[in-house]
Write a protein that binds this ligand. Structure first.
Ligand SMILES: [Fe+2]
Length: 297
């Protein structure tokens, strides 16, 4: 890997400045799924969301076929991206994805296949760019302080699912944030904890193990008295994405795109395992956070 483009990683990025006049569009885990990214960008255009209001919680390159093309598109649009464990590992030239799978588990064995493929697919300059991505993006929007991270606050490959306890989530919510936007776990959910909000918009690269081909993103809209968050299912050309994966030998996850089920449930807590194959649905969330609200400069 060449080193002409190398710089120290930026831990916290404070330059993300979405416009208040449009919603925020939050998404995670594109995983090299170019067809899903294109569907998302088309949806953003339909909704009137400019690129500057898009925020990705990381893991651009993983299970699917088009890591390099996807990175090209994200970079060309200058979309804000938090460094996921995949960017961290690919950027460092590590031997594995850093997902935190137990050695020898099904997830670990499956990861070996796509990680090697993705590593060979990405250009050196993309790995160098990934290395420079921020571990955290802090911004103020709608009168609230937001922190975007990948997994957990101190561990970017920590799996935090909807079944996490209030105390587990509270430990990951910094006092200086009103809303934490996180990714990594692959299944969307939102929880209010002690006047703060934990929000995971889900991922667009692989279905949510709910037995459908849909993938997930979210929209945040701000009014004077609350933040409204809506989880959105996204349909896209999964057949084409899956066919390209098969052609490159990424057969197991190619099937996951079509049947909507994860090939391994190793990382799932019991509650999420029981929800396998049950289609997800969400009501809108109206969150005021009144007890914490401040006026930020
Ligand atoms: Fe991740």
């Amino acid at each position: 890997m060449g080193n002409s483009d190398v710089a120290m990683p930026t831990e916290v990025d404070t330059t993300f400045q979405p416009t208040r006049s449009a919603p925020l569009l939050l998404f995670g885990g594109p995983y090299g799924n170019l067809e899903a990214l294109h569907a998302l960008l088309e949806q953003a255009a339909r909704l009137g969301v400019p690129d500057r209001n898009l925020l990705c919680t990381g893991d651009l390159a993983a299970y699917c076929a088009d890591a390099q093309a996807l990175v090209n598109e994200i970079r060309a649009r200058d979309i804000a991206v938090v460094q996921g464990n995949c960017e961290q590992s690919l950027g460092a030239g590590s031997d594995d994805c850093g997902c935190g799978f137990e050695t020898g588990s099904a997830c670990d064995l499956l990861a070996t296949q796509w990680y090697q493929y993705t590593m060979s697919e990405l250009h050196d300059s993309s790995c160098a760019w990934m290395r420079r991505l921020p571990a955290q993006i802090d911004f103020t929007w709608g009168g609230r302080r937001w922190w975007a991270i990948h997994g957990g606050l101190r561990q970017n490959n920590r799996f935090l699912f909807a079944s996490a306890s209030d105390s587990q989530l509270a430990a990951e919510l910094p006092q200086t944030a009103d809303i934490v936007v996180a990714g990594h776990c692959g299944i969307p959910f939102t929880r209010a904890v002690s006047g703060q909000l934990w929000h995971n918009p889900g991922v667009i690269g692989v279905p949510a193990n709910d037995g459908t081909r849909r993938v997930w993103f979210s929209l945040a809209e701000a009014s004077d008295d609350c933040i409204k968050i809506t989880h959105h299912a996204l349909s896209y050309d999964a057949e084409t994405a899956s066919r390209k994966m098969r052609a490159r030998g990424l057969t197991v996850y190619a099937q996951a795109l079509l049947d909507g089920l994860w090939p391994s449930l190793d990382v799932l807590p019991r509650a999420e395992r029981r929800a396998t194959g049950k289609p997800l649905g969400f009501d809108p969330i109206y969150w005021s956070g009144d007890q914490r609200r401040q006026e930020y400069a």
